[in-house]
Design a binder for this molecule. Structure first.
Ligand SMILES: Nc1ncnc2c1ncn2[C@@H]1O[C@H](COP(=O)(O)OP(=O)(O)OP(=O)(O)O)[C@@H](O)[C@H]1O
Length: 265
């Protein structure tokens, strides 16, 4: 695999430069730059409709970009051959909003799907790997044979995470993983993400609105506004930013309730 680029003494697993993504006559993302460091949990935050999901989708190639450069694991995705691109795609896992499990398949079948698609593993090994992933994300063994409709919201997120981890990825992309979970479920999910990062050495790119996740789980935060990365850094820098949205978000009532505003002084 390609050598990782470096910046500020950190290896970079994702490098986005001057990204432009639009629909019709409007560019939603316009000149977005972001470096994601190996092994970090990076939270992407911003006003509703700012383009957080659009950016995530453009980075993983589900949405076409109008211009710019996206490099993942040292590979420029525009210049890569089909084979190189496939190899990189197999090294990331994605958890979409709502989990996006196939409703007609059990949890185990959902987790086995990427293994069926991308490997030549036989049924016995696929079964073993799926059960390992179920355990890894903290689901009980019985969950394997349940259908998504039989799971709670928190279990769906965990099952979807297990599927995202099926191919032992280096990077996971999470789109609002704690949305719809109660605060305890959300805190448990954050802990799970941190544990997985620590034990598996994952790099995590997480779109979130959740101030608790940003505080407890994220090493750095990227605030996306006006189609650009307005600020990228740790929470201690976010709370000092004087952009009106940043002030309201990081120093407002909800931030104070989450114990964040106190660090702004
Ligand atoms: N396929 C599409 N066609 C046209 N417009 C789109 C499409 N997908 C997204 N958009 C528009 O792009 C903008 C950004 O959407 P996006 O879902 O990325 O926002 P977001 O920052 O993730 O918002 P939220 O926090 O509310 O989830 C929105 O105005 C949305 O309507």
């Amino acid at each position: 695999m390609a050598e990782l680029p470096e910046a500020d003494g950190h290896e970079l697993v994702i490098r986005v430069q001057d990204l432009v993504v639009g629909f019709g006559d409007r560019n939603v993302i316009d000149g977005f730059d972001l470096d994601v460091r190996k092994g970090e949990i990076l939270g992407v935050v911003g006003p509703s409709g700012a383009g957080k999901s659009v950016t995530l989708r453009a980075v993983i190639g589900l949405l076409p970009k109008r211009s710019g450069r996206v490099e993942v694991l040292g590979v420029d995705l525009d210049k890569a051959t089909v084979k190189e691109r496939l190899a990189v795609e197999q090294r990331w896992g994605v958890l979409f909003q709502q989990g996006a499990l196939f409703s007609s398949q059990t949890v185990k079948q959902n987790i086995e799907m990427p293994l069926r698609e991308h490997t030549s593993l036989g049924p016995k090994l696929r079964d073993e790997i799926a059960r390992l992933k179920i355990d890894l994300v903290g689901l009980k063994p019985e969950a394997a044979d349940r259908y998504p409709s039989e799971l709670s919201g928190g279990m769906i997120k965990r099952a979807a995470l297990a599927r995202a981890l099926a191919l032992d990825p280096d990077i996971v992309f999470l789109d609002e993983p704690t949305a719809g979970l109660d605060p305890i479920g959300a805190a448990d999910f954050d802990k799970l993400i941190m544990t997985l990062r620590d034990s598996l050495g994952l790099t995590v790119y997480m779109v979130t609105h959740d101030l608790d996740s940003l505080t407890t789980a994220c090493d750095r935060i990227c605030a996306l506004k006006g189609g650009k990365a307005l600020a990228v850094g740790p929470m201690s820098e976010m709370v000092k930013n004087d952009d009106p949205w940043m002030k309201q978000y990081f120093r407002g009532e909800r931030a104070r309730a989450a114990g964040i505003g106190a660090t702004a002084a």
